[in-house]
Unconditional design. Sequence first.
Length: 253
Amino acid sequence: MGAKENLTYGPPIPILIPCRPMAEIEQKCTILLIEDEQDFAMGLRDAFEFEGYELTSASSGEAGIATAADLHPDLIILDLMLPGMNGYQVCEQIRRRDKVVPILILSARSQESDIIRGLEAGADDYVTKPFSIGELLARVRTIFRRVSVSQMKPREKIEIGDVTVDVESQTAQVNGKPVSFGFYEIAMLQLLHENRGTPVSRDDILDTVWGIDANPTNRTIDNFILKLRRKLEPNPAAPKYILTVYGQGYKLV
Ligand code: CA
C-alpha cells in the first residue's frame, strides 16, 4: 500500500495513460460491484479505491449486466439479494457472454444449498454476509494473484478420462459440449494434477489455491470438488477420477 498511497499526495499528476485500454496489458484493476444497498456500495467503493482498485457499481441486476458488457471488468462482485432479477439470474446472464471473468458472490444466506446454487450459476467464489471489509479485500487480492499466476504459466492440458481440460482457455469438451471452468476450479485441478495419484489434503488445497490471507473453510473445498465432479465425471455420485480419500483429502487418478 505505502508507495502507491504516497503517489496521491502533492499536485495532481497528468494522467497520460487511461486505465482502459492499457489495463489489458497493465495490472488488472477494474471491479464491478452489483449491489442495491447504496450505503454499503459506497463503503465498499471507498475501501477498494483506497487499495488502488477502480470500482464501478450498479444498483440492479439489469444495470449490472449492461455495465459488465460495456466495461469488461476484471472482477465482478455480485450480491444475491437484488430487487427484480436476482443474483443467480444475473450470474447466469453474465456467464453466457463472459466465461472467464471471476465472479464473487455476496450472500446473506449461509445455507449450503444457496452457495451451491450460486456456484452452479457460474460464480467462482462467495463471501457470506456479514463479513469484514478486510475479509472481502483478502478474497479479491487472492483472485487477482491467482489470475496473474495462471497467466504466467505455460499452456497446459490436463487429461481426465476421455476429457482434456485446456488450462489457458479454462475449457473442455465433455460429450461433444463445451464446458468452462472458473479459475478456482482450474487452480484446484492443476494442484490435483501436479500430485496425481496422491491424496492432497484440504489444508494443502486451501494454502495453495487460496493462500493464507483468505479465509474460506473446508466446506468451500468440498463445494468446488462437487462442481468439478459434476462437470467431469460420467456419474458425479460415483466418481472415477476425482476421488475422496477418507481422512486424507482428494486425489486425481
Ligand atoms: Ca442487496
